[in-house]
Write a protein that binds this ligand. Sequence first.
Ligand code: ADP
Ligand code: MG
Length: 140
Amino acid sequence: MAIERTFSMIKPDATKRNLTGAITKVFEDNGLRVVASKRVWMSKREAEGFYAVHKDRPFFGELVEGMTSGPTVVQVLEGEGAILKNREIMGATNPAQAAEGTIRKQFALSIGENSVHGSDAPETAAEEIAYWFSATEIVG
Ligand code: ADP
Ligand code: MG
């Protein structure tokens, strides 16, 4: 499989509990490299734009509120098959359904406050990376 890049976020529910290092260690232990990272407190407009695909879903307001409630660590992760690998490491959206050993099983509080985001396909990975990073901020 090819070396890929994917976009990841350590969400406010996790940064508030001081889990940035613990979650990043799970990525590194699974062979993903952090090739870009910054801490942002996203605006309502940024959160609404990032999650625009969900704008008609009943949980959209709650999602934007959660994502603007504290700092988020936005990252680019690189590695063999990074997009699918990161989705596996994260676990299911609902932590009650997440497999043992996944980040969401270990750390998530609820389906809304589920600690991490990860791109779900090559196209969304490219779009999401470009939403938060310029090319010179990514150093492999
Ligand atoms: P994922 O983050 O696993 O790709 P989705 O793209 O379906 O999941 O949803 C984006 C985010 O919206 C989720 O990570 C979660 O924070 C929130 N979310 C999804 N479904 C619900 C729900 N039923 N209730 C509250 N929040 C939700
Ligand atoms: Mg998603």
